[in-house]
Structure formats: structure tokens, C-alpha cells
Design a protein around this ligand. Structure first.
Ligand code: MSP
Length: 504
């Protein structure tokens, strides 16, 4: 069986989860589900990033120890995973012993291989970004991300990043799909081409971090510590550990565009330095804005993912997030656009198709799956669209893959209007059965293709078609509904949401 390892970034515990975190996790969960449905052995990892100056100072402001504060907020992320029914196989915390040991062993390996040296750092640091900036990168005295910076001068260990400039460029050249999307790949390549400076990888002015082996005055730079989570969760440094063996290198590191550089430049360089294979792909998504505005605490427009899930329903929220934005680009959340999406595509198109078809089967055939007396053009058309869905999904074009599903819904709805099965009941009952059979089959295909995106609703639809299985995979696409079997008398999915009062 093919193995597939996918990760989310680990979330900083200086805050509770917001829409951005929920988005990253939901996209990763959708990809994990998709690959499971293809029959792969999937390992899906998420967790929390708990060290560093940002967490330490927020804990301090809240009159808590960093550990207490990290415990409190890490739980909130774990809760999000459970509440949103994410299918992660593990949840790693960087304060766990297994992780700290792995990070220290990783450090030792970089040291033994001659890529770490002692010197002193003086330069700009942004606590908010947990990143070092060069003078030339600052814009009017602040980081290019808009974050404040402070001057730091302290003894520090360095990682010889400059030694990897050529190797990284060769790697990007030989692995053209390593960075997705292509537009961001060029940004990364230009950054590397502009020259890599050695990276400061330890701090001495605070102590909330993984201790540097044999030099306890230093804690590791939080990004070196954090990135290691992807292998510590698999059992590093034991390279014979079952999970490392099966799942490293990762197939996809899913990240937001803001942290692409850490994953596409620093992480591969660290891995090369530690003689470990490199991940197959780093996939970067865009950012959400709220009603057109950047989301920030100071603007008070942070979106609570629990409120969205309560208001729209969990599946509907997932659908909106994946459908609304061309994946990789920034997206805007507005109550009106989310409501319209859910109403027009889930309730009107797919929900109505299901309801119309099943009520006809109940009314005209006593709820029994009809015979398919002949093939129909619609079957071929759906197979073609399904093929397209797979290609788009594999290329992370989720919004277009979902559009394929909507197109199948449109096709089936027009087929009903065109064939008018209610008229056929008297004129040609066999044809009516054939038409209803093809419609039930179209609904099955829609439910299966939607499964990675709207798992609970898809499952419900599959059950409505009389298929009793908890294991919905893509083999169901070619499964023939059993003529003569009884269908349950329940066919409501995707309720409509009131649009009144929502502004343009
Ligand atoms: N701790 C680091 C990641 C370390 S991975 C080895 C971190 N954490 S974070 O909590 O700040 O961000 C986690 C993810 O949330 C990132 O992928 C980021 O892009 C995403 N988002 C945060 N705000 C966002 C939006 N407004 N919209 C979409 N995603 C955004 O970075």
C-alpha cells in the first residue's frame, strides 16, 4: 500500500484558534481524506508550537508560567481538532519529551556534520514573526510583514545556511514540483539567489525553549525546534522506527504563504545537513480577510471558527472554505458570499437533486431501487467530469474540483427536466426506471466525490441510497446500486440559510 504523510504547521499557543488555523487544518484534513479514499496508508499530523519569545511574553502578560499557558492553549487546538472531527493520526506538542529529545538529537547531528558554529548575533528580530531580518529588508523601520522589530545583540550559535545556496537551487531545479504554487516558487528561488546568510539558531536572553545540548545557557531558535516536529512525531532520531520508515519523507507540508520560506528554504537545508531525505512538496495557501479587511486582533475582526461551524454547519463551512477561494490565493470571508455558496450549490443544486429524485423513487416506485434497463449518455458525461475532478484535486485545485461536482449536479438536474420521469410513469415505465436509476447513480457519484470535503453529509446521502458502509472510498464510484433494494424514507440534506438582512 502506498504511504502518504501530510502535515499542518504546528500552531503557536500564544492565542486560541481562529479562522486561519481552522482553514489550514481543514484543507489538510480534506487532502488526508482524499488520499485515504484512494486506498493509501495516510498519516496526518498536526500539533502545537509552544516555545519561543512570543509565547513566553504572552504567558507573562497573562500572569502565567509559559508551561501553564502552553497547556491551556494547546488544549484549545486539540479541542478544535476534535470538535471539527479532523482525522489527524497524532497531535504533537513541542514541549513533549519525545520532541525535545528529537530536536536535541537533530542539533547534535548538525553539529557533528560541521554545520553549527559559535559566534555572536547583532541584528533585528521580530518577536511576532519569530524571525530575523536584515537591515535592507526593513520598510520604514518595521518588518516587511508589518511586525515591529527589536535590536538583538547576543552570543549565538549559527547554522551554515550559506553553504546550501547552490544545493538548494539545484534541488529546486531537479524537483520542479517541490514548491506549490508555481508563482510562489519563483519568490523562493529569487530569495535564495539573492544570497543566503548563515542563520542564528540559538538565543540566550530568555529560556523558554529546548536547551542547546552541552550549553544550557542557550535555547534553540524556535523555528529549528518547531520544524523538527515533522520527524520527531515519527520517532526520530531512531531511523529504524516504523513510522519514520513508512512515512518519511513527507508527501505534503501544508503551510500558509507567510511561512513558506521556513519550509522551502531553511527546512530543506537543515535536512540536507542532517543527511535526511527532503519532503516531496511544500504547498502554500493564501490568507483570509474578513469582509475585505485584514484579520487582526486590534481591528477586532477575528473570525471564530466555532461560530462559523455553528451558523453554517461544519460541512458547509468546509465546503465554503475550499470552494470560495482559488486555492493558493487569498480569500475573503463575507457572510453573504458564504450563505449564497451554501444555498445555491449545496441546498439548491445538490440538496434539491437528492430530494427530488428520492421523493420520485418513493412516490412512483415505493422506495425501491429501480432496474437499469439501458445505458444513458449522462453516465458517460459524469465519468468524464469525474476524471477531471481527480486531475484537479491531485493538482490542489480544490475550488475547480468542487466545480466539477456542481457541474454533475447541474447535469443531473437538467436530465430530470429533460426526461420528465413523472410523465414517463404511464407512457414508458421502463424508461422511468432507467432515468431514476441514473439519477440515483449520479447522486452517489456526487456524494462520493464530496466525501473528502463534506464527510458527514456525504455519508448521510450514501446511506439514503441504501448503501450501509462506514468505509466510503473511491471504489464506490463504480459500485452498482442494487436494484430491488429498499431505500430509507429520509432525504433532506443541506438546509437553506436565510439571506435576508445580509449586506452586499
Ligand atoms: N508556529 C508557526 C508554524 C511552525 S510549523 C513548523 C506558525 N504558527 S501560526 O499559528 O502563527 O500559524 C499557523 C498557520 O495559520 C499558518 O499556516 C498561517 O498561514 C495560518 N494563518 C494564520 N492566519 C491566517 C489567515 N488570516 N488566513 C489563512 N491562514 C492564516 O506560523
Amino acid at each position: 500500500m502506498q504511504n502518504f504523510y501530510i502535515t499542518t504547521p504546528i500552531y503557536y499557543v500564544n492565542d486560541k484558534p481562529h479562522i486561519g488555523h481552522a482553514y489550514t487544518s481543514i484543507v489538510a484534513d480534506t487532502m488526508a481524506r482524499f488520499h485515504r479514499m484512494l486506498g493509501k496508508n495516510v498519516y496526518f499530523l498536526t500539533g502545537t508550537d509552544e516555545h519561543g519569545q512570543k509565547v513566553a511574553s504572552t504567558a507573562h502578560k497573562n500572569n502565567m508560567s509559559p508551561q501553564e499557558f502552553a497547556d491551556l492553549n494547546s488544549d484549545k487546538f486539540r479541542h478544535m481538532s476534535n470538535a471539527f472531527k479532523l482525522t489527524n493520526d497524532d497531535f504533537i506538542r513541542t514541549t513533549e519529551v519525545r520532541h525535545k529529545n528529537a530536536a536535541q538529537s537533530f542539533w547534535d547531528k548538525l553539529m557533528d556534520n560541521g554545520f553549527i558554529y559559535m559566534s555572536s548575533y547583532s541584528g533585528w528580530y521580530s518577536v511576532r514573526d519569530e524571525a530575523f531580518y536584515q537591515e535592507s529588508e526593513l520598510v520604514n523601520g518595521i518588518a516587511p510583514t508589518g511586525a515591529p522589530v527589536e535590536w538583538v545583540e547576543e552570543p549565538s550559535y549559527f547554522f551554515a545556511l550559506s553553504k546550501f545556496e547552490q544545493k538548494l537551487l539545484e534541488f529546486y531545479e531537479n524537483n520542479p514540483d517541490f514548491i506549490w504554487p508555481k508563482s510562489r516558487k519563483n519568490e523562493v528561488i529569487n530569495f535564495v539567489k539573492s544570497g543566503l546568510k548563515d542563520l542564528s539558531i540559538s538565543r540566550t536572553t530568555f529560556d523558554w525553549g529546548v536547551k542547546v545540548p552541552n550549553d544550557e545557557k542557550h535555547v534553540m531558535y524556535v523555528w529549528l525546534d518547531a520544524l523538527t516536529n515533522y520527524i520527531s512525531a515519527l520517532g526520530y532520531p531512531n531511523l529504524n522506527a516504523e513510522k519514520i520508515h513508512a512515512f518519511w519523507p513527507a508527501c505534503v507540508h501544508l503551510v500558509g504563504k507567510d511561512i513558506l520560506r521556513f519550509h522551502a528554504v531553511y527546512w530543506p537545508a537543515f535536512l540536507m545537513a542532517a543527511d535526511l531525505p527532503l519532503p516531496v512538496q511544500v504547498v502554500a495557501h493564501g490568507w483570509w480577510t474578513n469582509e475585505g479587511q485584514k484579520i487582526s486582533k486590534s481591528l477586532g475582526n477575528v473570525i471564530d471558527p466555532y461560530e462559523l461551524a455553528d451558523f453554517y454547519g461544519l460541512d458547509q463551512m468546509r465546503y465554503f472554505m475550499l470552494r470560495e477561494v482559488p486555492f493558493g490565493q487569498d480569500g475573503n470571508y463575507s457572510k453573504l458570499s458564504a450563505t449564497r455558496r451554501v444555498n445555491s450549490e449545496l441546498a439548491n443544486n445538490i440538496g434539491n437533486l437528492t430530494q427530488r429524485t428520492l421523493s420520485m423513487v418513493h412516490k412512483n416506485l415505493g422506495g425501491i431501487v429501480p432496474n437499469k434497463y439501458e445505458g444513458h449518455e449522462i453516465h458517460r458525461q459524469i465519468a468524464e467530469i469525474t476524471q477531471e475532478y481527480f486531475e484537479l484535486f491531485e493538482n490542489h485545485l480544490f475550488h475547480e474540483a468542487i466545480e466539477c461536482i456542481v457541474n454533475i449536479g447541474n447535469l443531473a438536474n437538467s436530465y430530470i427536466d429533460e426526461m420528465a420521469p413523472w410523465k414517463l410513469k404511464k407512457e414508458n415505465p421502463q424508461m422511468m426506471e432507467t432515468v431514476l436509476y441514473h439519477l440515483l447513480d449520479a447522486i452517489k457519484v456526487i456524494a462520493v466525490l464530496l466525501q473528502p470535503i463534506t464527510p458527514a453529509s456525504s455519508h448521510k446521502i450514501i446511506n439514503m441510497l441504501g448503501i450501509e458502509t462506514d468505509n466510503i472510498d473511491f471504489n464506490l464510484l463504480t459500485y452498482n446500486l442494487i436494484s430491488g433494494s429498499n431505500l430509507p424514507e429520509n432525504y433532506i440534506v443541506f438546509n437553506k440559510i436565510a439571506e435576508e438582512g445580509l449586506s452586499e
